[in-house]
Design a protein around this ligand. Structure first.
Ligand code: OOG
Ligand code: NI
Length: 463
């Protein structure tokens, strides 16, 4: 890449900050949420220097304040595939397939995010992106009406399209082009108070599903939330009401753990906002909310299977309970799930990244100086090397989403519970066709990062 092109990690970092500034201006409560999360994070780090040290060692401390994810929903294959090209400019690629039809929401989704270690460490900004599935709408008339409305909009500015093409043609963007790209790309995610339809059309689509109205009736796929990462989600949930936010009923995901796993999430309820509809009659729309997340370690397929089955059991037992009781049930059900790093690793439940300790680095140096000194590490497997203090294992942070939790977030903001009519409609192939590319398998990405790190330490130590 020519030296004058801005690294895509830098473009993503600037874009995520610009997006956050825009959303703070659009939804002041999001600013209040950021303040609350920052305050709780600061207090946790002050009270727990060991945690601060551990996060610093994992390179997690620097990215903490910048870390957030957002979500959008689009209406057509053309919109989704253009978004793929837009996000590629920022080093964000589609990872994972999420079927939300199971949860009564007529969409399927992926997450655009950076994938390699350095990019994740720099800024792991992710956008959960859902594609509306018009084919799941039962009424042919409504389906056609929605498709016709969607066909009449372009969610990208002409300059945004040109800069994406320029990026693809020349393999990068220089400073001035990148800045223009950030400004133009931001337009796609902006809120529009003006609907593209009249109130009657809005209401007809809304009656089928609120999400359909949200996707179809506006000029663009407004960012519907941005989510900072907290170190103590229980504390933020507790403090939300005093900060003027109404939290959703329960925190989604696993319970609080000594070794946090996967992802815990909660949100404040969507705001009702005034909308200017075409024609005389005016109304409101409820779409935008605030969310917080606490991330833990990525689980292997085996760990994930255990998690899914325990979560299923806990949800059956906790249905209808308030958050405190819900968390108590989760605690009980997850009691048998190991909660120390060594066991999680030995039992193959979580992914880890291996690296040399200072002693390990010293051993490598001695080894290259004299072949006899290397005898100490010859023949030792990874476990022995860890026991000898030459190698350390750090859990990999979960960078993705959880379909059951996502469904809970969707439902708390879109109302309505289960809509059995959409269920059982996973169709990854159709999604990838619309996207114009395959989505990466998130579990394979973690496994690969683990493998590369394992081989690097073994090779360095001459194994
Ligand atoms: C996306 C909801 C899912 C998450 O964090 O799981 C989500 C949406 O409401 O569009 O953001
Ligand atoms: Ni979210």
């Amino acid at each position: 890449m020519p030296a004058n092109y801005l690294p895509c990690d830098e473009i993503r970092d600037r874009f995520s900050r610009a997006m956050s500034a825009m959303y703070q201006a659009e939804v002041p409560q999001y600013g209040a949420l950021l303040d609350l999360v920052e305050c709780v994070n600061r207090q946790i780090l002050e009270a727990d220097p060991t945690l601060a040290e551990r996060l610093a060692a994992h390179g997690e401390l620097e990215r903490l304040g910048a870390e957030r994810h957002g979500a959008i929903r689009v209406g057509t294959a053309q919109e989704l595939s253009m978004l793929r090209r837009l996000f590629a400019v920022m080093g964000m690629h589609p990872v994972g397939y999420y079927d939300l039809s199971e949860a009564g929401v007529p969409v399927h989704s992926t997450a655009f995010r950076p994938v390699d270690d350095a990019a994740l460490a720099r800024n792991p900004f992710r956008i959960f992106t859902s594609l509306l599935r018009l084919e799941l709408i039962e009424s042919p008339a409504l389906r056609e009406r929605a498709a016709a409305i969607l066909a009449g909009r372009d969610i990208f500015t002409p300059d945004c399209r040109r800069l994406i093409e320029l990026h693809e043609a020349q393999g990068g963007l220089d400073e001035e082009q990148a800045e223009r790209f950030i400004g133009e790309a931001l337009e796609t995610f902006r809120w529009h108070r003006d609907a593209t339809v009249d109130l009657e059309t809005y209401q007809a689509l809304h009656a089928e599903h609120r999400l359909i109205a949200d996707v179809v009736c506006f000029r663009g796929p407004h960012i519907n939330h941005l989510t900072p990462r907290t170190l103590d989600i229980d504390e933020v949930q507790r403090r939300m009401p005093d900060a003027g936010m109404q939290p959703k009923a329960v925190i989604e995901g696993p319970p609080r753990r000594a070794c946090p796993i996967l992802l815990r999430q909660t949100s404040f309820k969507a705001l009702e906002e005034g909308i200017r509809f075409a024609g005389e009659r005016q109304g409101t729309h409820t779409a935008r909310f605030g969310e917080i997340e606490q991330r833990g370690m990525a689980l292997t397929p085996r760990g994930r299977e255990r998690y899914d089955s325990l979560l299923g059991e806990a949800r059956r037992r906790a249905a209808g309970l308030d958050n405190e009781a819900h968390q108590r049930v989760l605690d009980e059900v997850f009691a048998d799930f190991p909660d120390d790093e060594a066991t999680l690793r030995r039992e193959g439940l979580a992914f880890f990244q291996y690296r040399l300790t200072d002693a390990g680095t010293a051993a490598v140096r001695v080894k290259s100086d004299s072949s006899t000194a290397a005898g100490r590490v010859e023949g030792a497997g990874l476990e022995t090397l860890i026991a000898q203090g030459l190698v350390e294992a750090l859990p990999l942070t979960y960078e993705d989403f959880l379909p059951v939790s996502a469904a809970g977030i969707f439902q708390s903001n879109l109302g309505g519970g289960q809509n059995g009519a959409y269920a059982g409609n996973a169709n990854r192939e159709a999604f990838e066709q619309a996207l114009g590319a395959p989505v990466s398998d998130e579990l394979a990405l973690y496994a690969e990062r683990e493998r590369v790190s394992r081989e690097a330490v073994l090779q360095a130590l001459g194994r």
